[in-house]
Design a protein around this ligand. Structure first.
Ligand code: SF4
Length: 204
């Protein structure tokens, strides 16, 4: 399959990148998330999964990896909830020479109870972490984590990630009530990572 022809549930193409839709499961229940508003279409791609893809299905969906600028684990779900699948898929992609990025909520260490960053950093070049708020209280309003440890865990993930990945970017969404983008950018700066303002409902 030629990379530019991909328009499937498992992989979709935007801006010359291939995005992998690994799971619809999430650690969070973000109020702004399209799926919690009954919307599974993201820029014309239907991202509802009826079955989670295995490693071979994801590699097949990528096609010729050399046709992409980068391959990104993203989609309407938290990729690291399928840690083994992400690690093995990323390993195979990384070996092929394509740049690999992970978009994550930064809660994998919190979920697994130990530091999984070194294993991710072995096979992933860049990571984008949803910081989303400048305080735990604002984070709780918009992201609705299951416990109060989530926001500190995101900060800890960012801090550790800055030493392990070639490129780390914290992100927050412009326009959400109470989210102070300048303070989010300052937090990223203190952590030694880049910062990117995201637009609501835009995946990538
Ligand atoms: S982490 Fe992403 S996919 Fe999951 S609920 Fe939040 S916005 Fe939606």
């Amino acid at each position: 399959m030629n990379g530019s022809e991909i328009n499937s549930t498992y992989a979709y193409s935007l801006h010359g990148n291939c995005y992998l839709n690994v799971t619809n499961r999430c650690t969070l229940r973000c109020r702004f998330c399209p799926k919690f508003n009954g919307q599974w279409l993201v820029q014309s791609y239907g991202l509802k999964l009826y079955r989670e893809p295995d490693v071979d299905a994801l590699i097949d969906a990528v096609g010729d990896a050399s046709t992409w600028k980068e391959v990104v684990f993203c989609g309407l779900g938290e990729p690291t909830l399928r840690l083994g699948t992400v690690l093995e898929t990323a390993r195979r992609l990384h070996e092929s020479g394509v740049r690999v990025r992970l978009n994550t909520d930064g809660l994998s260490n919190h979920v697994y109870g130990h530091d999984v960053i070194p294993r991710l950093a072995n096979v992933i070049d860049a990571v984008s972490v949803s910081l989303n708020a400048q305080t735990a209280a604002v984070y709780a309003v918009h992201c609705r984590p299951r416990d109060a440890g989530a926001y500190p865990a995101v900060l800890d993930f960012l801090y550790r990630a800055s030493d392990c990945f070639a490129e780390v970017t914290a992100t927050a969404i412009d326009g959400l009530v109470g989210v102070d983008m300048d303070t989010c950018a300052e937090i990223a700066d203190k952590m030694g990572v880049s910062f990117r303002r995201r637009e609501l409902d835009k995946v990538g």
